[in-house]
Structures are given as structure tokens and as C-alpha cells.
Design a binder for this molecule. Structure first.
Ligand code: C2O
Ligand code: CU
Ligand code: CU
Length: 519
């Protein structure tokens, strides 16, 4: 799967890291100028946010399609999957072997296709020489099979997750979640997809032929050492703002090219970066028609000129390649988003630094295949939406304040840094509460909660945008902003803690995480 075509021209980026940031974070008194999307000149000072340019690759590589794994249905009706966490070697630069980690392969992993309502068993064998966990990000599963820091798998050991698929059709993913090591293991290559299917929901409404008109794109940045190894060391800036690499990879390759059919296609986008927020758009200026967010389908497709995804967030979009000339190319462009509060340290990153490049081509969609027999004729005008969570008046409400990112590197929630022996919140099972997250820092934090269903209620008191509705498992809280969410707590009580945390993995590993139990 990850074999590489021969180099066509020069190797990928030279590891340029042209933008420097201030070393310390200074609190600002006002909330003015917050928000993502703006780009700032090099050399200016600012407040956190993943920084450092990403640079274009000039060498083309054909896009690897994550292998679709539909599992094996046993006679009892349980769908079974097997994952092996292993070491391997990947050539990110042609001719240069780089040690990587993967699931059932050298890098990344398969897309596990689950069915809504089905009994499921996933066996994991850890073939690494260190402990890991496998967390099902977005799946609503019992706490004891969530794969968080409380379910470590020792080297050489096996672990099994059994659950009934409770999610609506959606794109979820899996990745390690070991105490303090999540960032490094994800960066080394561990990430895979979970596709939840439900043949009874809108059959035929969306493109669904894997790798042909239904494509998963894992977007990640990495930094490489001069010898071509993944640089997992964290600089002081990385510890503050999160890791950023100059190389953007799509499904593990730079310069990705996909031979596409001339029709509507579905792209399942995952921001699998440790810390970088990416904004994507089409090079031909056509809209991305968003049909789903993290939790599943929207009530209707939303035409968007660009889509920003924070780490952990997903979006499913439809792209019209049917009106493109045969042989033409449509680019998916990506740009780093400034997630700090203004004055930003190059965060908007004129991504190419000296070249002044502001965006890179993440993927070239080369329209080289004819329209397929099962192509959809047109995008659906309405969809069966993932059901939103609604909170009753008088529902219990909880407040969480996100702090830190000052000189000391410590990130906290309600003044506390993560302690695996401490339960931060005890809440009743099977009820709906309102949780309010206030971000008292100068950079955005993507908040993720395990094992619950959530819907956004308000951002600073305002109703969420159309694409933010439905079910969510990860959402951004901008600097000085308050986001209220309705949270349906786990269906069953369990003494095993579940996590809520910032999905900037360096913040998570540095303590911006708490634990709750449902009783
Ligand atoms: Cu994607 Cu707690 O993780
Ligand atoms: Cu998760
Ligand atoms: Cu954070």
C-alpha cells in the first residue's frame, strides 16, 4: 500500500522552518482580534497557535487508499476485526527509509467499516516494544473499552474491545491514547479510520464506493530531521503551541495525486495533525458541499468556500468532478490557520515562508476515469441528520475553564492539570447536562469528550452555524470564548474514567485533560 513511485523531480521540502515565534506567551487584556483564519507577516510577535510554515512538495506520489476492512461476521452475528500495532519502514522521501508505526502495516491503518447496531469485536495485538492503547475517537462505547489511558496494552499483549455500534453513519477514527505518549505515537504513524455505515439511512444518497467515489483523506503534518527521520522532539514552542511540521502529508504521502472519476465524489476529511488547524478549499473555487461533521450527517448539505478543521475534527464533503473537463485536475488546497489572538507570530503562516506561498496543494484530483455506473446523479437536497442532543430547561450545568500556555508550559482545566489518579467530575449516567467551556487562553483549543453524545448549543451566546449542528465529539473554543454544549452522559454507569481534553496532543500530554465517571 505504501510503496512509492520513482521520484520525478527534486525531493520534498528541505525542512525549512522560516518563521520564528516569541518564546513566551503574554496574556492580553482584551478579546479583540481573536479567531482563526487571518494571516500575519513573518516575524511579528503573538500568542501561541500552531506555527511554522508548511511547504509544497514538488514530487508527486499516488494517493494511498486506506484499506477498507469490513471485518468478518461470525455465526453469532458479531463482526470481528483484528488490528496489529507494529513497527515498519516508510519512504516519505524517495530512497530514504524512515522507521514508522502503523496498524496492520507500516504507517497509519485501515478504515474499519462498522455497521450501526451491530455487535462488534476488535482484537488488538501490540507488537511494539512499548505500551500503547487504541482509542475509538467518536465512537460511543462503554468506558472500559474506550481505549483511553486506563486500558494500556503491554508490549506483546493483546486487548479486545467489544461493543454494539451506537453511532449513526459517520467518519470516526482511532489512535493511541497512552498517558503522556499520545503525541509521539500519533506522530510516528498510528492513526486509522472508523467508518460507521447504516444501510437504512438515506441509501444511495451519498457516494459510497470505497476509493472510487468515497475517499478518506488523513491530513497530517510532520517535521523531518536532515536524515529524513520523523522529528518527534518537542521544542519549547511545540510545548506551548503544539507540534508543527513543515511537511503536509495526505494518507502518508506528500504531493498526493488521485485518479478520480468524472462525477460527484465524497471526501471524508480528517485533521490528524497533532496541533495544526488546517483550512481546505478547492483550487477551482467551487464550493465544498459539506454533508457531515464529526457526529454524522447534517440535515442538509452546506456549500462552503473553505472548511477549517482543528485536530481531531472531521468533515464529509461532496465535490463535483462531473462538470470538470476529462483529464483536468482539481486541487484540494490546504492552509494553516492562525488559532491565536491576533498579532500572530506568523501563524497564518504564509506557509511557504520566503516564497510567500500561502497555501499548499494537499491533493491533486486528476479526473482521468469515466463516470462510474453507481455515481450519484446530484447531491441530495436533504439528508437524514444525526439527531442532536437537546437539554431540558433546568438541566444540570457545569463549567470548565481552559487555562495555561504561559511560561510554565502547564495547561489546565479548572485550574488542575491531568492526574490519572484523580476523578474530576462524577455525573449521573443517562442524562443530559449543559457543559460550558470558557477559554481563558490566547489560543484556540479543540475540546473533545469521550463516551458521550454532544451537540453545540451556543458560541458566546449565538446559535451555532449550520455545519456545526447535529452531533459533535470535538469542537473548537476560540480564545476568550464560551461554548455551551448539551451532553448526553454515558448510558451505563462505570467506575472506569472517561476523558475530556484538548485535542492539541501536546496540550493533552501536558495536562489539559480531565476525567469523569458516570454513576
Ligand atoms: Cu482523539 Cu481523547 O482523543
Ligand atoms: Cu476520543
Ligand atoms: Cu489546547
Amino acid at each position: 500500500m505504501y510503496s512509492r513511485p520513482k521520484p520525478r523531480s527534486m525531493p520534498i521540502d528541505q525542512g525549512r522552518r522560516l518563521l520564528l515565534r516569541g518564546a513566551a506567551c503574554v496574556p492580553l487584556a482584551t478579546a479583540a482580534g481573536c479567531g482563526g483564519g487571518s494571516s500575519f507577516p513573518m516575524g511579528s510577535m503573538g500568542m501561541g497557535g500552531p506555527v511554522g510554515p508548511i511547504v509544497s512538495s514538488v514530487t508527486e506520489h499516488s494517493l494511498p487508499i486506506l484499506p477498507l476492512d469490513t471485518g468478518v461476521l461470525d455465526p453469532s452475528g458479531t463482526r470481528q476485526f483484528a488490528l496489529r500495532v507494529q513497527r515498519g519502514t516508510t519512504q516519505f522521501r524517495d530512497g530514504v527509509d524512515t522507521p514508522t508505526l502503523g496498524y496492520n502495516g507500516a504507517l497509519l491503518g485501515p478504515a474499519l467499516r462498522l455497521r450501526a447496531g451491530e455487535a462488534t469485536r476488535i482484537r488488538v495485538l501490540n507488537d511494539l516494544d512499548e505500551a500503547t492503547t487504541v482509542h475509538w475517537h467518536g465512537l460511543v462505547v462503554p468506558a472500559d473499552v474506550d481505549g483511553g489511558p486506563h486500558q494500556p496494552i503491554a508490549p506483546g499483549a493483546s486487548w479486545e474491545a467489544r461493543f454494539t455500534v451506537a453511532n449513526p453513519p459517520s467518519t470516526c477514527w482511532f489512535h493511541p491514547h497512552g498517558h503522556g505518549v499520545t503525541g509521539r505515537q500519533v506522530l510516528s504513524g498510528l492513526a486509522g479510520l472508523v467508518i460507521v455505515d447504516d444501510p437504512t439511512v438515506d441509501p444511495g444518497a451519498l457516494p459510497r464506493t470505497w476509493g472510487v467515489d468515497d475517499l478518506a483523506l488523513v491530513l497530517q503534518d510532520k517535521r523531518f530531521t536532515p536524515s529524513g527521520q520523523i522529528d518527534t522532539r518537542l521544542s519549547a514552542d511545540d510545548r506551548l503551541s503544539g507540534y508543527s511540521g513543515e511537511t503536509l502529508l495526505v494518507n502518508g504521502v506528500t504531493g498526493a495525486v488521485w485518479q478520480a472519476p468524472r462525477q460527484w465524489v465524497r471526501l471524508r476529511l480528517l485533521n490528524g495533525c497533532n496541533a495544526r488547524t488546517l483550512s481546505v478549499r478547492l483550487g477551482n473555487a467551487a464550493a465544498l458541499l459539506q454533508v457531515a461533521n464529526e457526529g454524522g450527517r447534517l440535515a442538509q448539505a452546506v456549500a462552503r468556500s473553505s472548511i477549517a478543521l482543528a485536530p481531531g475534527e472531521r468533515a464529509e464533503v461532496l465535490v463535483d468532478l462531473g462538470s470538470v473537463a476529462s483529464g483536468a485536475e482539481v486541487a484540494l488546497l490546504a492552509r494553516s490557520v492562525d488559532t491565536g489572538m491576533g498579532m500572530g507570530m506568523g501563524m497564518g503562516m504564509g506557509m511557504g515562508g520566503a516564497s510567500g506561498e500561502s497555501e499548499v496543494t494537499a491533493l491533486k484530483m486528476r479526473v482521468s476515469l469515466p463516470r462510474q455506473a453507481d455515481a450519484i446523479a446530484a447531491p441530495p437536497s436533504a439528508l437524514i441528520a444525526a439527531p442532536a442532543i437537546v437539554a431540558a430547561a433546568g438541566a444540570t450545568s457545569r463549567s470548565f475553564t481552559l487555562e495555561g500556555g504561559m511560561m510554565g508550559d502547564l495547561f489546565t482545566i479548572n485550574g488542575r492539570s491531568f492526574d490519572i489518579r484523580r476523578i474530576d467530575v462524577t455525573l449521573p449516567a443517562h442524562t443530559v447536562e449543559v457543559w460550558r467551556f470558557f477559554n481563558a487562553t490566547m489560543m484556540a483549543h479543540p475540546i473533545h469528550v469521550h463516551g458521550v453524545r454532544m451537540s453545540l448549543l451556543t458560541r458566546d451566546g449565538a446559535a451555532p452555524a449550520l455545519h456545526e449542528r447535529g452531533l459533535r465529539d470535538t469542537f473548537v473554543v476560540e480564545p476568550m470564548q464560551t461554548v455551551a454544549v448539551a451532553v448526553q452522559t454515558p448510558a451505563q454507569a462505570s467506575s472506569t474514567p472517561l476523558m475530556f481534553h484538548c485535542h492539541i496532543l501536546e496540550h493533552e500530554d501536558a495536562g489539559m485533560m480531565g476525567q469523569f465517571v458516570a454513576v
